[in-house]
Design a protein around this ligand. Structure first.
Ligand code: UD1
Ligand code: CA
Length: 462
């Protein structure tokens, strides 16, 4: 099998996005556009695609990772110049090379594989993907001769009125024979705008008749993102594809219109996703879970049979059968065991909660360890921050923290110990002990009755 290389053109400034962020790094469903394109290339068999970027190479490396050879296009002199920069990074590579724009984020591995195999089949030096756009404005148009053969591509800015009516467009997705491409690129002349157009190499190739056109039926795949509105359109398309994929794999999506699931999220079968739910980043959700409504979960791992209702979770690990919410906020660094309960208006941060533990109402648990089967009463607060540093609270297994206990960290409550409701606890409590840290109650007999009588008398006098 001939080897396969790939180049992603991602150096453009993206002026029309009106942003400080390079266009190629804008995410769609949680993944930068350049990575979506690069990933499709990798899936089609390119081991390490070349990512052509501008001066923002460090930012790109950070966002896109180690799967790419980074090539820097110093000046944005057009798509042909970007492609030339990418080819240089491939040295004297001689096989086929896939080329695509980072701003065509919905392109698939199937498109790349089709182009590659068609090119091989007909020994073409170029295969170009085209499609019909209902509104071709902004795209390069495919100009064919009288017998229907590809002649050239004309850019919107240079197109004559008749040419603008052509609805078949250049998708900016190609496969080239690397050697022929290198040769053609060296012969290009700049456009009126002073840019070098990759589309111009087609005319050089087609003269020799060895450039083939592969016309795809689904134009959505080739949506070019030049503006924020295109970005929204592309995200909507990909979002629906993601939801459909989950539905096919046995996940119930109650309301596709209000469900947002990032590309890399994994969900087990027979899980229900309720409306207004956002599952983001690298979130993993097990089987038979109930998620939502009105829930946002980012970068969490949630085991089977959990329920999360009206809550926010981030960078947390949740054990099997645990119930979270309604209205819980589970924050970074939290690990919750099996069959635990995190109830309404409970915030947990950077804490380890044992299995069967219950923190059911109105609590803040930060930088803590809560043992197995401990019961943390309503209104319990860990005072983890002393104004300078964070301190830990340890609550032992089977401990019972009375309602409205204030735990001043660092502090340890022993296994099976109890704290009296309303206590302020700033000293360690031994296992099996009762700790009460509050004013002793005094009852004054008849005090209320006498006070009322006094007040009534005084009121009558005046
Ligand atoms: C390009 C094509 C057009 C096609 C359309 C499909 C050319 C000249 N035109 O137009 O025929 O219909 O894509 O979406 O190729 N880039 C660089 N360096 C540069 C300039 C651009 O890396 O100097 C990158 C951009 O980051 C972008 C891609 O190349 O990812 C395409 O550039 P863009 O300016 O968006 O081209 P279009 O005008 O959309
Ligand atoms: Ca574009």
């Amino acid at each position: 099998m001939p080897s396969l290389a790939g180049i992603v053109l991602a150096a453009g400034k993206g002026t029309r996005m009106k942003s400080e962020t390079p266009k190629a790094l804008f995410p769609i469903c949680g993944v930068p556009m350049a990575e979506l394109v690069g990933r499709a290339m990798r899936e089609a068999g390119v081991k390490k695609p070349v990512m052509v970027v501008g001066q923002f190479v460090e930012q790109a490396r950070e966002a896109l990772g180690k799967n790419y050879i980074y090539a820097i296009q110093k000046k944005q002199l057009g798509t042909a110049d970007a492609c030339r920069t990418g080819l240089e990074a491939l040295g004297d590579y001689n096989g086929y090379v896939l080329v695509a724009s980072a701003d065509t984020p919905l392109v698939t591995k199937e498109v790349f594989s089709t182009l590659f195999s068609k090119a091989k089949e007909s020994k073409a030096i170029c295969a170009l993907a085209t499609c019909e756009m209902s509104d071709p404005t902004g795209y390069g148009r495919i100009v064919r001769d009288d017998s229907g053969y590809l002649k050239r591509i004309v850019e919107e800015a240079d197109a004559a009125r008749e040419e603008k009516k052509i609805s078949e467009v250049c998708t900016s997705v190609y496969v080239f024979d690397a050697k022929s491409l290198r040769n053609a690129l060296s012969k290009l002349r700049p456009s009126k705008k002073g840019e070098f157009y990759l589309t111009d190499v087609i005319e050089l190739f087609s003269e020799r008749g060895n450039c083939i056109v592969v016309k795809f039926a689904d134009s959505k795949t080739f949506l070019g993102v030049n503006t924020r509105w295109h970005l929204a359109e592309a995200e909507k398309i990909l979002r629906m594809q993601i939801l459909q994929r989950h539905a096919q794999e046995g996940v119930t999506i109650r309301d596709p219109h209000t469900t947002y699931i990032h590309f890399d999220v994994r969900i087990g079968k027979d899980t229900n996703i309720e409306p207004m739910t956002f599952l983001e980043g690298k979130t993993r959700i097990g089987e038979r879970c109930q998620i939502g409504p009105c829930t946002k979960i980012k970068d969490c791992s949630i085991a089977d049979e959990c329920s999360v209702l009206l809550s926010h979770l981030q960078e947390a690990v949740i054990g099997k059968g645990t119930r979270v919410g309604p209205f819980a906020n589970v924050r970074t660094g939290t690990k919750i065991g099996e069959n635990a309960r995190i109830g309404n208006f409970v915030e947990v941060k950077n804490s380890e909660i044992g299995k069967n533990a219950s923190i059911a109402h109105l609590s803040y648990i930060g930088d803590s360890t809560v043992g197995e089967s401990a019961n943390v009463g309503a209104g319990t607060i860990t005072c983890n921050f002393d104004g300078f540093q964070k301190n830990r609270t340890v609550i032992g297994a089977g401990a019972f923290i009375g309602s409205n206990t204030t735990l001043i960290a660092p502090v340890t409550i022993g296994d099976r110990a109890i704290t009296g409701a309303g206590s302020v606890i700033n000293e360690d409590v031994p296992p099996d002990a009762l700790a009460i840290g509050r004013a002793k109650q005094i009852n004054k007999e008849n005090w209320a009755k006498e006070w009322r009588q006094k007040r009534t008398k005084r009121a009558k006098k005046s």
